[in-house]
Write a protein that binds this ligand. Structure first.
Ligand code: 5CA
Ligand code: ZN
Length: 412
């Protein structure tokens, strides 16, 4: 799958700060400690509808991780998937009497445009589930022969399930108790009541072909992959075990990230799958989580068509902390637009107050679990001073522009 266009990231004067990030599995803010190449996997979209502001906010959070690592001199190996075959996509295509392949391709194309417009740095590997089927089949076959997976007791559709406790570490990502796991499993794509399973929490690895559904021939028989194994295999085969960061929204903590880790750890006997699990809060609208199923969506492409400046959108989505559930409102956008105008005016001046302290504060706040509200306020303070005419450093506007571009991804 083709990724989207990149753009150069300027160097920022001064001293970088290593990134500390909240880790869901340990419940604390810990240093990320990548080697020369930082390895990050962020779960991609299921392309049955356009990118909404919730998706965008989540990808922006991990874009900042990417940028802080680059600032620290790391190469970043970033991998993202596209769930280009799964029940929601097939259901939407059936509802609209359209072809699921065409629907997926259209939404993926739009997503790429949205990401490029928002200046999200692209992944090095951007992979669809469909193109990854051979490697997924290989992994499922291994789990089956190791006795960690089994065929459902159903002569008609002997789907393959993962024995949830096969890694011996099930629960180590989410730390949820059993009732919470059962609730989320049922709500988020699981099938606890499927007859023929050995345990309600066992997760689907391979769905045997049904009439009217797409399927692929394989040594497992014709069928299609389950969801968690898709990300588990794509990540593992590009980044290896123990990669630096697995990311997504909080709705992916369980079952998705718990199972992606459990599959990989069972398969390899190694731990951990990822050294950090980071999750972005949910963006809501009118008091509810923005979601395709609720239909309360604001699309990035709609705002683009309405000529909203994508840099203002970026600033608006970054004005709240990534871990907070937060609401999108017209006021958030209006404030971001006003902020962008001020920053542009301040950096368009020939000189301004010395930028060193501001850039240090910007780095400090970002390295502290991506504290964007504080980071934006640090730049506000510089812009206010500059606009009030204080300071005559002729390098400062250029340096602030470079820092805001490189670290926040905002082009002034
Ligand atoms: N394809 C799977 C991941 S492998 C998936 O969850 N796709 S998705 O299109 O539903 O979501 C894509 C990403 O956006 C996920 O990380 C998800 O957690 C995040 N996301 C979805 N809704 C919101 C929201 N309202 N606010 C913030 N992030 C969201
Ligand atoms: Zn995923």
């Amino acid at each position: 799958m083709q990724s989207w266009p990149s753009h150069p990231v300027p160097r920022v004067p001064g001293t970088p700060r290593p990134l500390r990030l909240y880790d869901t599995s340990t419940g604390e803010i810990r240093p990320t400690a990548p080697g020369a190449t930082a390895r990050m996997y962020v779960c991609g979209i299921t392309p049955y509808d356009a990118t909404h502001l919730g998706h965008a906010a989540t990808y922006l959070a991990f874009d900042l991780v990417h940028r802080v690592w680059l600032d620290n001199g790391h190469e970043v190996h970033y991998v993202q998937n596209v769930t280009d075959v799964d029940d929601p996509l097939l259901e939407r295509a059936a509802r609209d009497q359209s072809d699921w392949v065409v629907l997926g391709m259209r939404e993926i194309a739009l997503f790429r445009e949205d990401m490029a417009a928002l200046r999200v740095l692209p992944p090095r590997n951007y992979l669809g589930a469909v193109e990854s089927i051979p490697e997924i089949v290989e992994a499922v076959a291994k789990l089956l022969s190791a006795g960690m997976a089994y065929r459902a007791d159903d002569p008609e559709y002997p789907d393959i399930y993962f024995a949830h406790d096969a890694s011996g570490r099930f629960g180590s990502v989410s730390n949820y108790d059993d009732p919470t796991m059962r609730e989320f499993f049922a709500d988020r794509g699981g099938d606890p009541d499927r007859p023929g399973k050995r345990h309600p929490l066992d997760a689907l690895l391979w769905r045997v072909a049904r009439p009217g559904e797409p399927s692929w021939d394989s040594e497992l028989g014709a069928g299609r992959p389950g969801w968690h194994v898709e990300c588990s295999v794509i990540a593992q085969n590009r980044l290896g075990m123990g990669f630096d960061l697995q990311g997504g929204g909080t709705d992916l903590i369980f079952p998705h990230h718990e199972f992606s880790a459990a599959h990989a750890e069972a398969l390899t006997g190694l731990h951990p799958f990822a050294r950090h699990y980071a999750h972005a809060g949910m963006i809501g609208l009118d008091g509810e989580k923005m979601s395709k199923s609720r239909g309360n969506l604001v699309f990035v492409s709609r705002l683009r068509a309405d000529k909203v400046d994508m840099m203002a959108l970026r600033l608006g989505l970054l004005s709240g902390h990534y871990r907070e559930d937060r609401a999108w409102t017209q006021e958030v956008l209006a404030e971001a637009e006003a902020r962008l105008v001020r920053w542009r005016a301040a950096t368009a001046q020939e000189s301004g107050p010395d930028a060193t302290g501001t850039i240090t504060r910007l780095r400090d706040h970002l390295s502290n679990d991506l504290d964007t509200p504080q980071a934006l306020r640090a730049v506000d303070a510089w812009a206010d001073d500059a606009l009030s005419g204080s300071g005559h450093d002729r390098a400062a506007p250029v340096e602030i522009r470079a820092a805001v571009d490189a670290l926040l991804g905002v082009l002034l």
